[in-house]
Design a protein around this ligand. Sequence first.
Ligand SMILES: CC(C)(COP(=O)(O)OP(=O)(O)OC[C@H]1O[C@@H](n2cnc3c(N)ncnc32)[C@H](O)[C@@H]1OP(=O)(O)O)[C@@H](O)C(=O)NCCC(=O)NCCS
Length: 149
Amino acid sequence: MNIRRALQEDLAVVFELEKKCFNDPYPIELLTMLQSLYPELFLVAEHDGRVVGYVSGLIRTDGSGHIVSLCVDPEYRRKGIGRQLMIEIEDLMKKLFNVCIYRLEVRVSNSIAIQLYESIGYRIQARMSRYYSNGEDAYLMIKDACLIR
Ligand SMILES: CC(C)(COP(=O)(O)OP(=O)(O)OC[C@H]1O[C@@H](n2cnc3c(N)ncnc32)[C@H](O)[C@@H]1OP(=O)(O)O)[C@@H](O)C(=O)NCCC(=O)NCCS
């Protein structure tokens, strides 16, 4: 498995993956905007030349790193790809943008993702009421790595 920056040419495949991962996928226009805004923070995981996962993020005005989306092809789950993508994007945020606080939102029902995030140091900070379009709440999760820089 290899993790690399996504190219514009990857976005159609990323969008197909996004649809496999989420009932309310981000539109391809949003994926394109994210990739052009922070190309160094839009990564794909490749297995045998095939894109099987992606992660994207941005830097907020307060200097924290925001993980916007994480998705692994259902056929390739539970092999450590999601965790590896998270580690890689955090490292890049730290190296390139001096980030030490990371944040993300996750559906309160998404216990698999919550377990992954907790296993790498994220903690639930707040519950955001009706955050998603179907009315579901989100947890805001934060990882504060400032003391271990
Ligand atoms: C969440 C997701 C990205 C995890 O990707 P993955 O490659 O399967 O994750 P990993 O193999 O790196 O697993 C890392 C940890 O997550 C947790 N985890 C992953 N799959 C799990 C499962 N089926 N049951 C319980 N815990 C699970 C475990 O803590 C695991 O660590 P371990 O294998 O050492 O026990 C993937 O399930 C996915 O794409 N889901 C749909 C999209 C989504 O929910 N994205 C996050 C939105 S905020």
